[in-house]
Design a protein around this ligand. Structure first.
Ligand code: NAP
Length: 269
């Protein structure tokens, strides 16, 4: 019987995770299968019992289970605890563990930058923003700030991580070497034409990082590129959080370039 993996979330819309992980299993000749499991919150406790008894070898966890799943695990990494969210469940022997690979996903595309940005503005204060702030602190970026439409949420995030909080209306007043959009502005659909940053407020040579990946080229990224910024697409975050999950589950590395080609083809089709 193939080893069982999958993603839980509700509602679970289209996700590229099954395509990514099943491709990785096939490439490495692993007898494993990854399934999309739509799971209502009320069904989470029973499902997590099944994870232990069947057993399920690994889980990706998405909204709304990222916090609730923590109560069903034996061990939670310091990183996941700091962010307050688990996006990956894996086994260490017979210990069921929770990890957050979104931080690795945020950080990985920036590691090759030389020099690294010395200041970062994070737009948004939700789950992805928490991963971004944690990642930028892991990168030792000396000045990190957060701005959010709802000020109280930005204040709370900033206090949790010891970073600055900037009112939403003042977010573009200072020069930032890295600007990271973690809001859904720019996502395909009703929000596609929107951006959280004015085109004429990008600083030439800065890094513009959009964690939205559909479309690949958001308005935020297109305008940043036109202003002379280095741009990073959310596809890179998605790819690297997935590669980190795969490594935790199998102890092996998926081919990064092949996985990127697969995701690009999926997004373009
Ligand atoms: P979330 O927890 O719901 O947070 C959303 C944030 O966006 C909140 O701070 C919210 O502000 C802000 N926001 C929403 N609509 C806005 C608007 N019209 N104007 C200004 N701010 C607005 O969501 P999340 O989990 O952080 O995810 C955010 C985005 O990241 C989603 O598009 C998601 O698909 C993407 N994402 C990508 C990856 C990846 O691998 N690339 C991973 C995770 C998430 P308020 O507090 O004022 O509501």
């Amino acid at each position: 019987m193939p080893r069982a993996y999958g993603i839980i979330g509700w509602p679970l819309g289209h996700t590229m995770s099954p395509a990514l992980h099943n491709w990785g299993f096939a490439e490495l000749g692993l007898d494993a299968h990854y399934t999309a499991w739509p799971l209502e919150p009320v069904d989470l406790p029973a499902f997590m019992e099944r994870v232990r008894t069947e057993p399920v070898q690994g889980l990706s966890v998405t909204i709304p289970h990222k916090r609730a799943v923590m109560a069903h695990l034996d061990r939670i990494s310091d990183r996941a605890r700091a962010i307050g969210a688990v996006n990956t469940v894996h086994w260490d022997g017979d210990v069921l563990c929770g990890e957050n690979t979104d931080v690795v996903g945020v950080v990985a595309p920036l590691c090759s930058l030389d020099p690294l940005p010395r200041s970062a503005m994070v737009l948004g204060a939700g789950g992805a923003a928490r991963a971004a702030v944690a990642g930028f602190l892991e990168l030792d970026i000396p000045r990190v700030a957060v701005a959010n439409r709802t000020l109280d949420k930005a204040r709370s995030l900033a206090a949790d991580f010891g970073v600055a909080c900037v009112p939403w209306g003042e977010r573009m007043d200072a020069r930032w070497e890295l600007v990271c959009n973690t809001t859904p502005l720019g996502m395909s659909g009703d929000l596609a034409d929107l951006t959280p940053w004015d085109a004429d407020r990008f600083a030439e040579g800065a890094v513009a990082y959009d964690i939205v990946y559909n479309p690949l080229q958001t308005r935020f990224l297109a305008e940043a590129k036109a202003a002379g910024c280095h741009t990073v697409s959310g596809l890179e975050m998605f790819l690297h959080q997935g590669l980190a999950q795969f490594r935790l589950w199998t102890g092996q590395d998926m081919d990064e370039a092949g996985a990127r080609r697969l995701l690009l083809a999926a997004l373009r089709s």
